[in-house]
Write a protein that binds this ligand. Structure first.
Ligand code: PLP
Length: 282
């Protein structure tokens, strides 16, 4: 793979960052993952807007402006001949002598790489996933997309060891989100429910798009917290993220939803999301 590191496009084996990079030492870094369909970027303006929100919260800056970031994404797609998958980009505060206080000035770092993945013909989406609930052990600013991901990583492993595919975080009795995705349910009367935005969850770009497309198609969307018990009794459930798109959830803590197979509304939402994203990708 050809990766991007601070201005250079290099074979991945030749790419280097400093031992003192605060992204490495403190997870003092934010990131975005933009999906790629037909060689084009899905909702890149949405990802840029959230990147700026994350950067602002941490008083971080990027070495490239928006046009430069977009050009860098396109260059990576070209150099890696990527038609379907994702581009990961990470902005770090850069290298400084180790200290909890941010350095007065440091040169921000920027790295990016591509990942090839079949997003549309996804075997996982065809089957659906099984989730277990876990206590939300993450920090209190989940609206900032930082690289501090050990909590979600540990919980994903707990889910895997329990024979499930992923975990849904629960805080004060209510589901916040999945380890790397937003959580949704569809009620018996057809309302599509996902948790309201706050610092408790990441403001998913896919979440926002699915809300827009669902409402435009005449579906009712409710933004509110829900419990695991409500989700287990729901007609359907699903997750959203840039890499999962809309992926059905077929079992929660061992309880199958409906007949245990991906539901019709979830399937329709997935098709709608893919069609709209393809039409708008640039
Ligand atoms: N929630 C968390 C914790 C995530 O890590 C992610 C994506 O990585 C999402 C939600 C979904 O966000 P998006 O749709 O922007 O990929």
């Amino acid at each position: 793979r050809i990766v991007y590191v601070n201005g250079d496009y290099l074979p991945e084996a030749d790419a280097k960052i400093s031992v003192f990079d605060r992204g490495f030492l403190f997870a003092d870094a934010v990131y975005e993952v933009t999906s790629v369909l037909d060689g084009r970027l899905v909702d890149f303006p949405g990802h840029l807007a959230r990147l700026h929100r994350s950067l602002g919260a941490l008083e971080l800056t990027t070495p490239l402006d928006d046009a430069g970031l977009e050009e860098m994404h396109r260059e990576l797609l070209k150099r890696n001949r990527l038609t379907e998958g994702a581009v990961y980009m990470q902005v770090t505060r850069g290298a400084a002598d180790r200290d909890f206080a941010y350095p007065a000035s440091s040169e921000p770092g920027l790295v990016a790489f591509t990942q090839a993945k079949a997003l549309i013909e996804s075997p996982t989406a065809a089957k659906g996933i099984r989730v277990i609930s876990v206590q939300d052990i993450r920090w209190a600013r989940r609206d900032i997309k930082t690289t501090q991901l050990l909590g979600p990583s540990m919980c994903k492993m707990i889910a895997k060891k329990a024979g499930a595919d992923d975990a849904w975080f629960v805080e004060e009795g209510f589901v916040t989100e999945g380890t790397s995705n937003n959580a949704w349910i569809i009620t018996a009367d057809g309302a599509i429910v996902t948790r309201n935005l706050s610092a408790a969850i990441l403001h998913g770009i896919t979440r926002a798009a699915v809300m827009t497309y669902a409402e435009a198609a005449g579906m009712r969307v409710e933004e509110r917290p829900f419990t695991i018990a409500e989700a287990q009794g729901a007609a359907e459930a699903f997750i959203t993220s840039a890499s999962a798109f809309v992926t059905p959830v077929v079992e929660i803590d061992g309880v199958p939803l409906g007949d245990g197979a991906p539901g019709p509304v979830t399937k329709r939402l997935r098709e709608l999301y893919i069609a709209e994203s393809r039409a708008r990708a640039s």
